[in-house]
Design a protein around this ligand. Structure first.
Ligand code: ADP
Ligand code: MG
Length: 718
């Protein structure tokens, strides 16, 4: 991985690892494979564990499961071959305890070492064995009676393994690199003025970078090991702060580059005004506010980059439609991309219903649109007759050319990667100089981007993950919604549930039954849905049951969804294809089978399919006992709250940010020290620090980015 050079001169930090003793081309290559190329990279390669060899624990005081160092004399040796070769060495010490060292792999020379009476020092985690405590494959050393048996003065770091390099060599290399750590001022990139007076959230002062690195690599024997292992030691927080700062600055730089491009200024809003007047409802305050923000962005000659977060059912689609009208009125095009065909189709229907009366032409492009129909759509898109284009990933495919795309809208953006979002944007990118292959900052005209998500992200996390986007929240639901009552039921209660459905349908209500399985092959899930469909059909002869799953033809799916929407189907058995976006206000009962297998975000999405009308709605989470601790917490969270933001916080706590955001979307999961869940409380300070550093010295800001992010995070060219 190429490493960016910081300043003009290659300083010590940038010295290649090959400058160290014992690093030939082969070792250098192995290190490079892990992104380690410079001394600085080794300084930042932090231990994941510590071993305490600063003291000797009397054998009698050993605790099962607690790693310790012991020293004793060999009392007995036994070689066994019963099932497989085995070596057992009994050690005794002055405490009159006995510890067994057990080896399954060993060489003859090793056996010869263990003479009765030999002094052995070893380190490992004792476990209960047949005859008292034993350590399997301890690390050990024989002490001769005259030799060096001084104890270590600091805890021993354990580094993440690097293939082809032993732990001892790695530790030596890092130790060598640390010996060349420059003094404070040479190492520090944060100006003194920013560091002085800075307090970590727990009130402690900011250690210098040098102290922080030395503490983390070589903690003193009295260091707070518990804090170190939990990643909460001020030394680690110091490093995490700088790392988060580096990521923040690098996202910010992206954003600045992006905004240096030109975009068509969309200033007219009469058409949007017309649409508003014709809507069968009034916008909520939150919708008003967010649309006002979008309108302001669109009127500027630079591209909008806005994320709209809004809980399921908060009414994001209509806001997107209003934004699209600004593009249409300017004589340009808008595109709306959704992650599933079902959802895209629903958008198509909504948009046609709203926009065609205004004389706006809405085109449809999905994978299933083929042959002549496709050719015709492509022609309309390329010719500009299609003013709003709705579709799936098909919108980004080669061969799709827009006449003049001014606004790219991506719905449920968490389902797409950054690359896909940018691919749609690039459909509208026009280079000012045709010979350019890659738009440099400012050389291109790019469309405005509006991305929408119903997976709320905790605010702090959004700040870190989307520093390159402006974030708006539709934090209010349309009036008249009643909160969904949620219960968790063990699978044994299925018969009761069937009765409940019978009753609800008899009252004219509609229900979803969602099937999930641990096996996520489409085919197996489709089969499960099929058999549930048949089974429920038999048990509930008076109920009209429908089925949708991912393996059905689009037309079939669409027909069934339509029938459900029209009320000619009472109970819809479905796979999670209905997860996002599906909107049938009369449905008021949601049953999720094997709910224990779904994550919080998905459960919340599914539950959001009900509670859209006036009837009181309920959601039943059917689970198979026994529940894991995680699953139990998820179901409990679902029962306790309907608030997407609370659920997102809980999700963050349970799963960690990497999974929450999806690694494919951000480089955030690749932190060296920082952990967004643990270090989220640093983010507001990171923000401030970033602003101040940029003011004080953009050059230092660059070097912070180079140090931590370097070439490791490859951003898509803006
Ligand atoms: P989501 O934010 O989950 O995408 P939708 O855009 O699908 O939500 O909207 C959910 C439902 O609420 C739709 O039927 C939509 O027409 C309706 N809706 C949107 N805004 C309002 C409003 N201000 N008042 C009443 N109903 C609304
Ligand atoms: Mg939606």
């Amino acid at each position: 991985m190429p490493i960016r050079k910081g300043g003009a001169s290659v300083d010590l930090q940038q010295q290649p690892i090959s400058a160290l003793k014992g690093v030939g081309p082969r070792v250098a290559e192995k290190l490079a494979a892990r992104g380690l190329a410079t001394l600085q990279d080794l300084w930042l390669q932090l231990p994941r564990q510590y071993e305490d060899r600063t003291a000797i624990v009397p054998i009698r005081l050993l605790q099962p499961g607690m790693a310790a160092q012991v020293e004793g004399r060999v009392e007995a040796v036994e070689r066994g071959f019963r099932y497989r070769p085995m070596l057992r060495v009994a050690l005794g010490d002055d405490s009159h305890g006995t510890l067994v060292l057990r080896f399954f792999h060993f060489r003859a020379a090793q056996v010869a070492q263990f003479q009765v009476g030999a002094r052995v020092r070893c380190y490992g985690t004792p476990r209960p064995g047949q005859h008292g405590l034993e350590i399997v494959h301890p690390s050990y050393r024989l002490l001769d009676d005259a030799g060096d048996d001084a104890l270590g003065s600091s805890l021993d770091p354990v580094y993440p393994a690097i293939e082809g390099l032993g732990p001892v060599s790695l530790r030596r290399l890092i130790a060598q690199a640390l010996d060349r750590l420059p003094d404070d001022e040479a190492l520090e990139l944060l100006p003194r003025a920013l560091r002085d007076g800075f307090r970590l959230p727990d009130g402690s002062a900011l250690p210098s970078l040098r102290d922080a690195l030395l503490t983390v690599h070589r903690p003193a024997h009295d260091a707070d090991v518990a804090a170190l292992l939990a990643g909460r030691h001020p030394a680690q927080r110091r490093l995490a702060l700088e790392e988060l700062l580096a990521h923040h600055l690098s996202l910010r730089r992206q954003r600045i580059a992006q905004q240096a491009h030109a975009a068509p200024a969309l200033r007219k809003t009469a058409l949007a005004g017309n649409l508003r007047k014709r809507l069968p409802f009034a916008l909520t305050g939150a919708q008003e506010r967010v649309f006002a923000q979008i309108r302001t962005d669109l009127a500027k000659p630079h591209p909008m980059l806005r994320l709209v977060q809004g809980d399921v059912g908060s009414g994001k689609t209509v806001v997107a439609a209003l934004a699209a009208m600004c593009a249409v009125e300017a004589g340009k095009q808008a595109a709306l991309m959704a992650p599933t065909e079902l959802l895209a189709e629903q958008h198509l229907n909504n948009l046609r219903g709203w926009l065609e009366p205004l004389g706006v032409r809405v085109a449809w492009l999905a994978g299933k649109v083929t042959g002549k129909a496709r050719a015709k759509v492509l022609e309309e898109v390329a010719g500009g007759q299609a003013q709003v284009v709705v579709g799936t990933h098909a919108l980004m495919q080669e061969g799709v050319a827009f006449h003049d795309l001014a606004l790219a809208i991506v719905d449920e953006q968490h389902r797409f990667g950054v690359h896909q979002r940018l691919a749609l944007r690039d459909k509208g990118t026009v280079l000012r100089q045709a010979q350019d292959e890659r738009p440099e900052a400012g050389d291109a005209i790019v469309p405005h981007q509006l991305v929408m998500t119903a997976t709320p992200i905790p605010r702090t996390l959004a700040m870190a993950a989307y520093a390159d986007l402006d974030v708006s929240a539709i934090d209010e639901l349309p009036p008249g919604r009643t909160p969904v009552q949620t219960v968790a039921l063990s699978g044994e209660r299925r018969p009761d549930l069937v009765e409940r459905i019978r009753k609800a349908c008899a009252e004219g209500r509609q229900a979803y039954w969602v099937c999930t399985l641990i096996d996520d092959s489409d085919e197996v899930i489709a089969q499960a849905a099929q058999s549930t469909f048949e089974d429920l059909g038999k048990r509930l002869p008076e109920v009209r049951v429908g089925l949708v799953h991912g393996r059905m033809k689009a037309a079939e799916k669409q027909a069934t969804m339509r029938a459900f929407k029209d009320g000619t189907i009472d109970l819809l058995v479905a796979t999670t294809v209905i997860e996002v976006g599906v909107d049938v206000p009369n449905a008021s009962l949601m049953i999720i089978e094997n709910a224990e297998r779904l994550g919080l975000a998905q459960l919340h999405q599914l539950r959001g399919r009900v509670g859209r009308g006036r009837a009181a709605s309920s959601c039943v989470l059917l689970y198979q006992a026994p529940l894991s601790q995680m699953a139990r917490q998820r179901l409990e969270t679902m029962r306790e709250t309907n608030d997407g933001f609370v659920i997102a916080e809980k999700d963050l706590e349970l799963r960690g940010p990497g999974e929450l955001l999806g690694t494919r979307q951000t480089g955030l999961a690749q932190f060296r020290v920082a952990d967004l869940a643990r270090d989220a409380d640093l983010l507001p300070q990171v923000h401030d620090l970033g602003e101040r550093l940029l003011q004080e010295s953009p050059e230092l800001a660059e070097r912070v980015v180079a140090r931590w992010v370097g070439g490791a995070v490859r951003f898509v060219a803006a």
